[in-house]
Write a protein that binds this ligand. Structure first.
Ligand SMILES: [Zn+2]
Length: 472
């Protein structure tokens, strides 16, 4: 179980932020006094967040008389406004703004995927929650941090105060907005509240979805989503790049898959063996299909990740032609593929000795499609010898006859796990699609070994605005 403290600096420059985050899986980054706190710029990818007045009111799911002793309350998130004498108590001026930020974090979480899933929010009695003013004061609780001082109060000081005040209950996790300069960080609590022995809280000086949401998703169990084998390049996702992306795990493969709750993902890089899927977190509602969101996926977790198959074995998840395939063999680490992108397994396609015209590896089963809708397939590819490859969407009718094929551009695959894509619209009479990685014209002699991982098939037409999942 990860119990690491994950810290986030405010992004005053991308290089600085990236440096800070790359070092944070288990390490403590030396706090840098922040220059300002409060509202800030929000990420705009995959599309702009709604203006705060337009964000739906999430409302209360667990209402208790004393938020510091929510005995008998159902699992929920407690939101706290933390202040100290250095900057004073500005609760009344900020409480409704902070409630709107929480509503927007909930909106962003729900809007990340085509599943309806929300935060459970804790409220206190004594307010008329039918009005926004009453709801905000019921949702956001003020707490004075007695030991807090200017210019910078560490998150650890905030946590010590909260624990002393009783805010450490097993049926609560905490999101704390500081009204003073602080660092922003969080503890991972993937299974629930503070019974695990750490304070299951996100503390942030940034009153934004980008940073506040990022830290809250850490508490739910999302790490900085490493998805490349040791020694290989690191590829970012939302938990890494909060400054430009607000949505959660668009690939459905690193820590969040609402479509398959039994799916578990390696949420840290090797040698950690921790598995997780925050869609199961008790502070969240059960995900329900289907609404509109930023991304979706038509594949199974096994098709995306190959994680259930045995290294070195064939897998019926894939079919190959002009070559043969296997789950990439183990090397060095027992039971693990030695080459992978998003977990511990990938599939390896070995072409027969060329030159020849067409060899390919494809998903054996064909997801259903609807004519006129747009689809986008993704895969990460890697090869130790340069080989030209392309992604294809092959459209079939209900009788299983190939109608046409949409081919992506041909690229030379090299030793890095680059993501490739192809976008196409299902033609008339299409009923299903085959996702294929093709070596369309192997002009060089000899065999090639192509590693394939991190597949996805996005139904762009089902996403908000008909926008395809963005490239990563
Ligand atoms: Zn972080």
């Amino acid at each position: 179980m990860p119990r690491s403290l994950l810290r986030t600096r405010r992004p005053r420059g991308l290089a600085l932020a990236a440096t800070a985050l790359l070092a944070t899986a288990l390490a403590v980054v030396h706090p840098t006094p922040a220059l300002a706190w409060g509202p800030g710029a929000e990420p705009t990818q995959p599309y702009a967040l709604p203006a705060l007045p337009d964000v739906p009111k999430r409302g209360c799911q667990s209402t208790v008389a004393d938020p510091a002793a929510p005995t008998g309350g159902t699992n929920a998130l407690q939101v706290i406004y933390a202040w100290h004498d250095g900057n004073g108590n500005n609760y009344e001026a900020n409480v409704e703004y902070l409630a709107k930020v929480v509503d927007r974090i909930d909106w962003a979480f729900d809007q990340s995927s085509n599943y309806d899933q929300h935060l459970n929010l804790s409220c206190r009695t004594g307010y008329d929650t039918s009005t926004y003013a009453g709801y905000a004061r019921s949702l956001v609780v003020p707490e004075k941090i007695e030991a807090g001082t200017n210019p910078n109060t560490p998150a650890g000081t905030v946590r010590s105060d909260l624990i002393s005040a009783g805010y450490q209950d097993s049926n609560r996790i905490y999101l704390v907005f500081t009204d003073f300069a602080s660092n922003s960080d969080a503890y991972l609590c993937p299974t629930g509240g503070t019974s695990s022995g750490v304070h299951c809280s996100a503390v942030t000086e940034s009153w934004t979805v980008g940073v506040g949401g990022h830290e809250l998703f850490h508490v739910l169990g999302a790490p900085h989503a490493w998805f490349a084998e040791t020694g290989q390049p690191y590829y970012q996702d939302i938990m890494y790049g909060w400054w430009d992306n607000w949505n959660v795990d668009p690939g459905f493969r690193t820590y969040y898959d609402p479509s398959e709750l039994s799916a578990q993902f390696y949420i840290d890089n090797h040698p950690s063996t921790t598995l997780g899927n925050i869609a199961n977190h008790p502070m969240l509602t059960t995900p329900v299909c289907c609404d509109s969101g930023a991304s979706n996926d038509l594949l199974t977790a096994e098709q995306r990740t190959v994680e259930a198959a045995t290294p070195g074995s064939t897998t019926s998840t894939f079919t190959s032609a002009g070559g043969w395939h296997q789950v990439t063999p183990a090397c060095g680490v027992a039971a693990n593929s030695c080459v992978y992108s998003d977990g511990r397994r990938s599939v390896q396609f070995n072409t027969y000795s060329g030159p020849h015209n067409a060899s390919s590896i494809a998903l054996s089963s064909r997801p259903a499609v609807t004519p006129g809708r747009t689809y986008k397939a993704f895969a990460r590819l890697r090869s130790t010898t340069a080989v030209d490859a392309q992604l294809q969407l092959a459209w079939y009718n209900a009788g299983g006859t190939l109608l046409s094929t949409t081919s992506g551009s041909t690229s030379t695959v090299t030793g890095s796990w680059v993501e490739y894509r192809v976008t196409g619209t299902a033609p008339a009479n299409a009923a299903s699609v085959r996702v294929t990685v093709a070596v369309p014209n192997q002009s060089t002699t000899g065999n090639h070994a192509l590693n394939v991982d991190s597949l996805q098939l996005d139904d762009c037409s089902a996403n908000t605005g008909g926008v395809c999942r963005y490239d990563s």
